[in-house]
Ligand binder design. Structure first.
Ligand code: 4GS
Length: 214
């Protein structure tokens, strides 16, 4: 899967994608991540990417030209949908993540300020997605959130121990239900791990875990 991310803050992505599972997924060529600085597409002499809103009002709006040039260039390299992150979009769910994971690629447009010129939304955006009903300062965290949730469903991305989470068979379980987890020590500040988990009786353990699913 190829991810292309358009942002005016490319450095935001560096630490997250250079660590852990996402890093290994790139090394194994299971995912490819390309971060693009929208500013580098600006034809303005000061590389401006925003301007005041027509009709007045607070805040700035991201201008059409750099967004248009960036998106049209990247569309040639990535055949996936162009996704704009906004609280007005359809809310992200695990079902959506599972559908995204089957795509050849995804292009994320991260907005800042009050948002982007409506003409870009009308002509170049395929889908609008929200990670939840609250307002962030930019679309970068939503883009990383989706990248992370989608990547872990691509076969081979999770380690052997977690590979069972990739198949759709475990979907319903995978989606929301979790049982309580404990690791050593068996006694932490007087709090004991439930005896059943240390019994070695796997039938009893399964039954206990099912009874605790939340
Ligand atoms: C979200 C969200 C968001 C909205 C971007 C205000 C800057 C900001 N994007 N899910 N302008 N929630 N975007 O809050 O996706």
């Amino acid at each position: 899967m190829r991810f292309d991310i358009l942002t005016i803050f490319p450095e935001i992505f560096d630490s997250y994608i250079k660590e852990s599972i996402i890093k290994r997924a790139q090394e194994k060529d299971l995912i490819e991540i390309h971060i693009h600085d929208i500013r580098s597409f600006s034809k303005d002499k000061h590389k401006k990417v925003d301007d005041i809103p027509f009709g007045g009002g607070a805040g700035m709006v991201m201008t059409a030209q750099p967004l248009h040039d960036a998106i049209t260039a990247i569309k040639k390299l990535n055949k996936g949908p162009v996704i704009y992150l906004t609280p007005q979009g359809k809310t992200l769910t695990q079902t959506k993540v599972e559908k995204f994971a089957k795509l050849p690629g995804m292009i994320f447009l991260c907005g800042r300020y009050e948002g982007i010129d409506q003409r870009i939304r009308d002509t170049l955006i395929d889908q609008e997605i929200s990670i939840g009903s609250y307002v962030l300062t930019g679309g970068e965290l939503p883009a990383l959130t989706i990248l992370d949730a989608v990547s872990r469903l691509i076969p081979g991305v999770l380690g052997k121990e977690n590979s069972h989470l990739e198949d759709s068979f475990s979907k319903a379980f995978n989606r929301k239900k979790e049982y309580p987890h404990y690791t050593r020590p068996a006694n932490f500040k007087g709090m004991e791990v439930p005896e059943v988990l240390r019994s070695g009786d796997h039938k009893k353990i399964d039954k206990w875990r099912k009874s605790k699913l939340k």
